[in-house]
Design a protein around this ligand. Structure first.
Ligand code: PGA
Ligand code: ZN
Length: 428
């Protein structure tokens, strides 16, 4: 049973404060969890509670969220069974009482949800992925490694937020990770040789000034080639446009803030279609705005048979929005971010709903991260088959990759790496 729950204000990878929770069980076992934080956050995400006191951390302090853990959440959970995660999450949801967790803060609630799961797993002497996934969690994820950053994550001229590589031809996670790391370094050499910057963005990818998304793609393809891999076979590309950041005054119109380019939804769909025809792109995330359901429907009709169309800001890991997307044929994949919804239980529900509908689910970090590695375990536990956790140049990202290396070793011969199989899943 839970003996105490304590909150703490710690720093994330951008140097901003975030919430850490610590749960102690009556047998002395402890569990810790930390909330990540986004920059290109979706409008419909659960609320991240910040103090707004300009005297501390530019208003970004989380002392109120920490206090909520030390008072209301601690009182609510003390005496409860830590193994029963869904009851714990439900108790916090009820104590909060709002739709978007704005009363206690999704950052406070999530940190505690993770800490409880870790404490329970630890008390059972079980790895977290086994506690969360039971006997079914054996599939390693294919990395979707973001090696070139733009948009809200980098101070460069590139509007698309993320250009990713997916090592689908590898035989194991370990091998795929090595290939990605080699391409990352190959890209550094290439950019340097062209006199371009190799400073990195929030998720660790390079952030050079480039004139178009095609230029970024061409450099990545060249880097793949330089490393001796075949683009389109060994390694395929994925994009996160984060197009909700391109909202325009005029509904249904898009203005790309850095290049100044203008698109209609039709124009943007045609642009993605042309890119996918020309280059080995297998996945596009947030190709359109989070409120453009009609556009998403059209994009899915035109591209959804071949391309994984991922809803991040569109679905915000929320089963209500995902249900609408499934019914209306908007997208064929959901990005899974724990702090968009705020508890582990609700995250599991979203993944299960997606899988039942034939949608893929992709476990994801946030642009502001901590050393917490829960998403690595979650990806294996729920067989999501894909993980987004940045480039191998920042330790808060490598913490997840390194945890996956340990899990793969732990699974031994029983581990499955889906490789190409992840792309062959039937999209609807
Ligand atoms: P965020 O970006 O964490 O800044 O929201 C990640 C993403 O859009 O996938
Ligand atoms: Zn995204």
């Amino acid at each position: 049973t839970i003996e105490s729950v304590k909150g703490r204000e710690i720093l994330d990878s951008r140097g901003n404060p975030t919430v850490e929770a610590q749960v102690r069980l009556s047998d002395g076992t402890m569990g810790r969890g930390a909330a990540p934080s986004g920059a290109s956050t979706g409008e419909f995400e659960a609320l991240e509670l910040r103090d707004g006191d300009p005297q501390r951390y530019g208003g970004k302090g989380v002392l109120q969220a920490v206090k909520n853990i030390d008072t209301v959440i601690c009182e609510t959970l003390t005496g409860m069974d830590a193994y029963n995660l869904s009851s714990i999450d439900l108790a916090m949801i009820r104590a909060d009482g709002t739709e978007d967790k704005s009363s206690l803060g999704a950052n406070a609630i999530l940190a505690v949800s993770i800490a409880c799961a870790r404490a329970a797993a630890s008390a059972l002497q079980m790895p977290l992925y086994r506690f969360l996934g039971g006997v079914n969690g054996n599939q390693m994820p294919v990395p979707m490694m973001n090696i070139l950053n733009g948009g809200a994550h980098a101070a460069n001229t590139v509007d698309v937020q993320e250009f990713m590589i997916m090592p689908v031809g590898a035989k194991s996670f370990r091998e795929g990770l090595r290939q990605c790391s080699e391409v990352f370094h190959g890209l550094a050499t290439l950019l340097k040789s062209k006199g371009l910057a190799t400073a990195v963005g929030d998720e660790g990818g390079f952030a050079p000034d480039l004139s178009s998304d095609e230029e970024a793609i061409n450099y990545i393809l060249e880097a793949i080639n330089l490393c001796g891999y075949r683009a389109g076979e060994d390694i395929v590309l994925a994009i996160d446009a984060a197009a909700s950041e391109w909202k325009c005054e005029k509904r249904g119109q898009y203005l790309l803030p850095k290049s100044g380019l203008h698109f209609t939804a039709d124009g943007l769909i045609a642009h993605w279609k042309a890119l996918c025809e020309k280059y080995p792109i297998s996945s596009i995330e947030d190709g359109l705005d989070e409120e453009d359901w009609q556009g998403w429907q059209q994009m899915t009709e035109e591209l959804g048979g071949k391309i994984q169309l991922v809803g991040d800001d569109l679905f915000v890991t929320n089963t209500k929005r995902l249900c609408k997307g499934i019914k209306d044929h908007c997208g064929n994949s959901i990005l899974i971010k724990l702090n968009q919804i705020g508890t582990i239980s609700e995250t599991l529900e979203a993944i299960n709903m997606a899988h039942k509908a034939g949608f893929t689910a992709i476990t994801s970090h946030r642009s502001g991260e901590t050393e917490d590695t829960t998403i690595a375990d979650l990806a294996v536990a729920l067989n999501t088959g894909q993980i987004k956790t940045g480039a191998p140049s920042r330790s808060e990202r490598n913490a997840k990759y390194n945890q996956l290396l340990r899990i793969e070793e732990d699974l031994g011969a029983g581990s499955i790496y889906p490789g190409q199989g992840i792309l062959k899943r039937s999209f609807c």
